[in-house]
Ligand binder design. Structure first.
Ligand code: HEM
Length: 472
């Protein structure tokens, strides 16, 4: 991740030579939310993590988003596994993942994957999403407590296993368990900093899990090839052919499978957790949403067509992703040539950090930016670079439609059965983990029946107040 680039005049905090710049990057990675708020406040729209050092530079706001994201050949996606993989280890398949590709190969891979996310495919996934949510909601005791983060994570995993791999949780068994553990180690500093394969070390565990996941996915590929064509994402990828009739190789399939899991379920689970919390803190909006869902679908299983008749539902999701963009910064970009941004000359090899977190708090585009106001979306007109929870352009999230429909279907199904409340003071802190920032702890809410209605929310404290102003 670190390469040598010549110093140039750039605003930013002073750091010590040598260790300073690395420490600045480490601090950024540990809490990108706090770092970006502070840097934006003190230095403006372009700021180096370490003064005059173009190794890591934040660019803030729609104009600079456009300047960087509209030029994917000049600003390459930077994704390197922080953990070293020995040559010949099955973990090398991870390097074939779409996030790590650029240029023509990235476009080719994207075309291969896009077939799994067409409108028609999304329609098929919707049925699984609703059935799994109905079953999960039915397992809750109401009135009772909801460990929101755990429940949303389990549900998002069930949806991922079913729609991405065509597996129930019982069938997914080892794949699910190993992938979840592997994901936790992908960005583990311990595995990255001590890459010596000794029994019991995180690095050894990482490589062992990589080998297991590789074997499990290859067995699944074999099985799928013997069966009639399935309609899950992985089956569509196995059957995909390019213009020349070529399929993805097994290594490429394994690489994409791990990426799909990594990009899909934690982002969705965290967004759902925040959405539930926001509804619980805003009884008025929750009441209106409950009424909207009840008028549109009653008790019937919600379908994709129903979503069009529930605008508030869509705005609740949009507003949640505005305030709590699961990736506060997009994947880093590295310049492939000298370039100029906001009047500053940046040498080839500069690394740029683009931020949905800061973009979404521009008061010109979003008045009262720190408040949760779903109705602001009614008739709101946005430029393409003003709202970027999924990124924008040729690197835009491939699963954006999948995620947006999953979140709306889940919330609508929940509103058919339960109401969410904060009956007693609650401390909520955000927690950066890898590239995703979510909530820490369980986010315990009270479940009530729709007939019981929603109660006013008790006070919420914690670092969440950096992300949203509650109770205004
Ligand atoms: C709330 C949920 C989600 C959010 C906020 C989200 C956000 C993002 C972001 C910000 C990027 C990178 C954009 C960039 O760096 O320019 C991305 C890429 C990607 N996401 Fe998502 N994502 C979500 C869910 C999903 C799901 C459910 C899937 C798959 C089913 C998925 C698959 C992907 C893939 C394959 C890429 C790489 C695209 C490329 O490099 O061309 N994501 N996502």
């Amino acid at each position: 991740m670190f390469i040598d680039v010549p110093k140039v005049p750039l605003p930013g905090p002073r750091t010590l030579p040598w260790i300073g710049p690395k420490l600045a990057v480490l601090r950024f990675l540990l809490d990108p939310v706090a770092a970006m708020f502070e840097l934006r406040e003190r230095y403006g729209e372009l700021v180096a993590l370490s003064r005059d050092d173009p190794s890591f530079v934040c660019v803030f706001g729609s104009e600079l988003n456009r300047a960087v994201l509209s030029k994917p050949n000049l600003y390459h996606h930077l994704f390197e596994s922080p953990v070293r993989i020995p040559a010949g280890n099955p973990g090398e398949a991870f390097a074939t993942n779409i996030i790590a590709q650029n240029g023509e190969h990235h476009r080719w891979l994207r075309r291969m994957l896009m077939g799994a996310f067409t409108k028609q495919r999304l329609r098929g996934y919707a049925e699984h999403m609703v059935a799994l949510t109905r079953a999960r909601v039915a397992s809750w005791t109401c009135p009772g407590k909801l460990q929101t983060r755990e429940q949303m994570t389990t549900l998002a995993r069930e949806i991922a296993m079913s729609c991405l791999f065509g597996l129930s949780m019982a069938e997914a068994g080892n794949i699910n368990r190993d992938m979840v553990e592997l994901m936790d180690l992908v960005l583990s500093p311990a595995a990255a900093m001590f890459p010596v394969r000794l029994p019991g070390t995180p690095y050894d565990r990482y490589l062992t899990l990589g080998e297991q996941v590789d074997a499990e996915l290859r067995a699944l590929i074999e099985r799928r090839r013997r069966e009639p064509p399935g309609d899950d994402v992985f089956s569509v990828l196995i059957a995909a052919r390019d213009e020349a009739g070529e399929p993805l190789t097994d290594i490429q399939l394994v690489g994409q499978a791990t990426t799909l899991i990594i990009s899909s379920y934690e982002t969705t689970a965290m967004s759902l957790t925040w959405a539930c919390l926001m509804l619980a803190t805003d009884p008025e909006i929750q009441r209106e949403l409950g009424d909207e869902v009840s008028a549109a679908i009653g008790d019937a299983p919600v379908t994709l067509d129903d979503l069009e008749r529930m605008p508030l539902l869509g705005w609740v999701v949009d507003e949640t992703l505005r305030l709590f963009a699961p990736t506060p910064n997009l994947f880093f970009r590295r310049s492939t040539a000298d370039s100029t941004l906001a009047g500053y000359e940046l040498p080839v090899g500069s690394t740029l950090i683009v931020s949905p977190l800061i973009t979404h708090r521009d008061p010109e585009t979003f008045p009262e930016p720190r408040r949760f106001l779903p109705r602001r979306w009614d008739g709101l007109e946005l430029g393409p670079y003003d709202y970027i929870p999924y990124g924008v352009g040729i690197r835009r999230c491939l699963g954006a439609g999948f995620a947006a429909q999953a979140m709306r279907l889940v919330l609508a199904t929940m509103m058919q059965r339960v109401r969410l409340c904060v009956p007693a003071p609650l401390e909520i802190n955000y927690r950066p983990k890898g590239v995703v920032t979510g909530a820490e702890g369980s986010v315990e809410l009270e479940l009530r029946t729709p007939a019981q209605g929603v109660a006013p929310a008790a006070a919420i404290t914690g670092t969440i107040d950096r992300l949203v102003e509650l109770g205004a």
